[in-house]
Each structure stands twice: as C-alpha cells, then as structure tokens.
Design a protein around this ligand. Structure first.
Ligand SMILES: Nc1ncnc2c1ncn2[C@@H]1O[C@H](COP(=O)(O)OP(=O)(O)OP(=O)(O)O)[C@@H](O)[C@H]1O
Ligand SMILES: [Mg+2]
Length: 266
C-alpha cells in the first residue's frame, strides 16, 4: 500500500443555520484502507459522508477524493465512488433486479453487462429469490443489501457506506463483512464506513477516525487509536461517558403514588 491518499480533507466545515455540523475536519484515508468513521449520534458522520460524495457542498475547507479536488471535479469523483447514503435512495416502484440494472446503465454499463452484474450482485446479497419483488415491498434489511449492490455495480474504487450493518440480521452481517473484506484484500478498493457497531468495526477496519461534535477527536490505524484497550473503551473515553439517564416518573425516592387501578372485584 503506497502513501497515496484516497481521501484528504483540510479544514472541511459545514454549517447548518450558522451552527457547524462538521468543523475544521482534516481527514486522511490511505488508498486501500478500510476506514471506520465513528462517533455518537449527531456528531457529523453522515454530513461528512455527504460532503465527501458531493451530496452537500462545504461552507469552508477543501477535500480531495481519489486525487480529484471535489469542488472542481465532482462529476469525476461521483463516477469513481459508490455510495450507500443513510436514506438509501432507492426507487420503490422498481423490482430489485430492475433497480440494479438501471443503476448500472446510469453509470454507463451496456445493457447486457448491467444484467450480468445485477444477477451476480443479487446472488451475493442473497436477494435472488426476491429479484422480481417491488423494492417498496422489501424489508428494511433487504433494501439495505440492495442499496449496497447498487453502490458496487459500476466497479467503484472507493466505497462509502453509512451504517451498513444497522438493521441487518447477524447472518447477513457476517456475509457482508466477508464480502467487504474480500474487496479491500484485493487491494483495488478503499472503504469508508460509519457504524455504531464497534465490535463489528473492530474486526473489520484497518484505520479509524472518531468524530465528536463535528470535530475529529482521533485518527490513525486501528492499533494506533485503540492502543492497549478495545475500540469501545477508546470510543467511550474519547466521546465522553454520559451519566445514566433517569426518568423522573419512573425512579427516585419522591415517586408519586400510581393511580389506583380498578380492582377485578369491582
Ligand atoms: N439538512 C440539515 N439541516 C440542518 N441540520 C442538519 C442537517 N443535516 C444534519 N444536520 C445536523 O448536523 C448534525 C450532524 O448530523 P449528522 O446526520 O451528520 O450526524 P451523524 O453523526 O450521522 O448521526 P447519527 O449517528 O445519528 O446518524 C446534527 O446536529 C444534525 O441535526
Ligand atoms: Mg448518520
């Protein structure tokens, strides 16, 4: 693996209503890395991913993706990357197979080639039996797997996955995990993924970035970031432990008497 960077940002910032969702972010993701981007809810992970894929424009800062400046060359970047955004962006009125073929053709594949790859992807995503079903009738996990297939059909060099394991059953997670590892092991692909499932991330990634309130709190190889501990320990230490939540009406010494329940005897 050379020191070429697949993703490089400097001072990347995005404001919403004057408040920074992502602030002064300087990421470096080496080519061929499997990069896990971690952070608590609302930290700015999805916003970062949208900035890196051209779905959002930055308020300040620069980003280079696969050697192309995103501000100058976003069309070329979009051709080279595959994305599974948090909203999935699928057409509910198409079947799974149609969706994949359409995606392939939109990326310039010939009809026959798009059909061939669609079949392979349906097989890999364990969706062959549901290939003819409308996407609107797919379960959440099936949609997620289909979206991953769509992101791969044009042979991207860099794959962006926002929470790929969220809502997916354990058997499918293990299948997808092995597939993603295979893609990176070939050396031809870089993967940038966000996830909350730290145990899965820990067994998957080579590099880690931790974002907290829009700012990069840690970045490096997996071993550099976790040191002697586990990723979960580092994550909680970095992000800050929160006090256990208490619900006033469910706990505490001054709990008011429960309303009298009607007794069965009347
Ligand atoms: N379109 C938007 N308009 C206004 N605020 C937004 C918008 N998108 C994101 N934000 C805000 O930016 C911050 C970061 O959101 P983001 O979705 O990037 O977080 P996240 O790290 O992906 O969280 P999660 O783990 O819950 O997916 C949040 O405060 C969110 O409310
Ligand atoms: Mg998100």
């Amino acid at each position: 693996m050379g020191q070429m960077l697949a993703i490089e940002t400097h001072g990347l910032t995005r404001l919403f209503d004057g408040k920074p969702a992502v602030e002064e972010l300087s990421l470096s993701v080496p080519e061929g890395a499997f990069y896990g981007f971690l952070g608590p809810n609302g930290a700015g992970k999805s916003t970062t991913m949208k900035l890196l894929t051209g779905l959002l424009s930055p308020s300040a800062g620069r980003a280079r993706v696969l050697g192309h400046d995103l501000a100058e060359d976003s069309l070329e970047v979009r051709r080279l990357v595959g994305v599974v955004p948090d909203g999935l962006a699928l057409f509910e009125r198409l079947s799974g197979a149609e969706q994949l073929r359409l995606h392939g053709q939109l990326y310039g594949l010939a009809r026959a080639e798009a059909g061939r790859r669609a079949e392979e992807l349906l097989e890999a995503m364990e969706l062959t039996a549901d290939a003819g079903k409308l996407v609107g009738d797919y379960s959440h996990g099936m949609k997620k797997r289909l979206a991953l297939g769509c992101a791969l059909i044009h042979g991207p060099r860099l794959l962006f996955l926002d929470e790929p394991f969220e809502g997916i059953d354990a058997v499918a997670v293990s299948g997808i995990r092995r597939m993603l590892q295979g893609l990176v092991a070939g050396g031809q692909m870089t993967i940038f993924l966000t996830s909350h499932v730290l145990e899965v991330v820990e067994r998957l990634v080579t590099h880690v970035g931790i974002i907290r309130a829009g700012r990069l709190a840690a970045q490096g190889t997996l071993d550099e970031v976790r040191g002697a501990g586990t990723l979960e320990e580092v994550f909680i230490r970095t992000v800050g432990e929160r006090a256990a939540a208490r619900l006033s009406w469910l706990a505490g010494p001054s709990r008011p008497p429960a309303p009298a329940a009607p007794s069965p005897e009347g």
